[in-house]
Design a protein around this ligand. Structure first.
Ligand code: ZN
Length: 309
């Protein structure tokens, strides 16, 4: 397997206030884990920047203009209680979108079998019209639409195992029969959406909520019983993972009890489905994960599984 990895120093210039969980150190922790020898063959590339028109694949223009207007010339501005922007935040977010789109291009051109995007800010809480939950633009949603527009893909499956429900991705694809959105997440928890009954108007939303305290056994059961059958029935042409690692037992923002072996296992199941339906095409974009050690070991296990096949 050729596994490509997008990184860029701009992702460390999206600065949040002291004590904010979504912080620059998260990327440093992941990078340190990836200095281990087994990552020597990772195909590391600089994340390209997206054109502003790319944002319009998933968000209306007024939303883009509103986000741009909120970027401060200096210091930090608040979009909401949790979501902050600094002068470089727009630039960072545009590189995250650009890398997510480049990842799609890479798996269709054959430049890589699969791709991981190590970007900040994350994206899955960004709704069509609302930046929230540390997120500005919905990277995975834009990537899915880009695949459909540029590579003539019919069906894209987005699998989101971040511990928080991806309300933004669900919002964007609620009425879209061409994109399957599957999520495992703790419930109740921020942002409050993600009940089993939220299926989308075309039945292409598959929520598998878990309870606080649940561990790898319940997570794997949710995958086997709900997520994997949904993907098999959908027969996607591309799989995109919203890769949050805040379901790790060490994470301070939630109470699920996964460990790195669970993320390795889930990655393996997604790769099997990508092999069966998508000629291995799989891309994965970083979302949450707020304990530095939990993020580092889980992210490394995920990426190493992508490399091993
Ligand atoms: Zn999260």
């Amino acid at each position: 397997m050729v596994t490509r990895y997008y990184e860029h120093d701009i992702f460390k210039e999206h600065v949040t206030p002291p004590g904010h969980p979504e912080r620059v150190d998260r990327l440093r922790a992941l990078e340190t884990a990836l200095t281990a020898e087994q990552f020597d063959t990772l195909d590391r590339q600089q994340a390209p920047i997206a054109d502003e028109s790319a944002i319009l694949l998933a968000h209306p223009e007024e939303f883009l203009l509103r986000v741009k207007a909120q970027i401060p010339e200096e210091g930090i501005a608040r979009i909401d209680a949790d979501t902050v922007v600094c002068p470089q935040s727009l630039n960072a977010a545009m590189h995250g979108v650009g890398a997510s789109m480049a990842a799609v291009d890479d798996v269709f051109s054959g430049a890589a079998d699969n791709v991981f995007v190590a970007s900040r800010p994350p994206g899955h809480h960004a709704e069509k019209n609302t930046a929230m939950g540390f997120c500005l633009f919905n990277n995975v949603a834009i990537a899915a639409r880009h695949a459909q527009k540029k590579h003539d893909v019919e069906r894209v499956a987005i699998i989101d195992w971040d511990v928080h429900h991806g309300n933004g991705t669900q919002d964007i694809f609620w009425d879209d029969p061409t994109v399957l959105y599957c999520s495992t997440h703790q419930m109740p928890l921020y942002p409050g959406t993600g009940a089993k009954g939220e299926t989308g108007s075309k039945n292409t939303i598959c929520n598998a909520p878990l309870n606080a305290g649940d561990g790898g056994d319940k997570f794997r059961a949710a995958f086997k019983d709900r997520v994997m059958p949904a993907v098999q029935n959908f027969e996607p042409d591309l799989i995109i993972i919203s890769a949050g690692f805040d379901a790790h037992y060490r994470d301070p923002l939630a109470q699920l009890n996964l460990d790195d072996e669970d993320f390795d296992w889930a990655t393996g199941r997604m790769m099997e489905l990508a092999d069966r339906f998508c000629s291995n095409r799989l891309i994965s974009v970083l979302e949450g994960g707020y304990d530095l050690e939990g993020l580092a070991v889980s992210g490394a296990a995920h990426i190493h599984r992508m490399m091993r096949g």
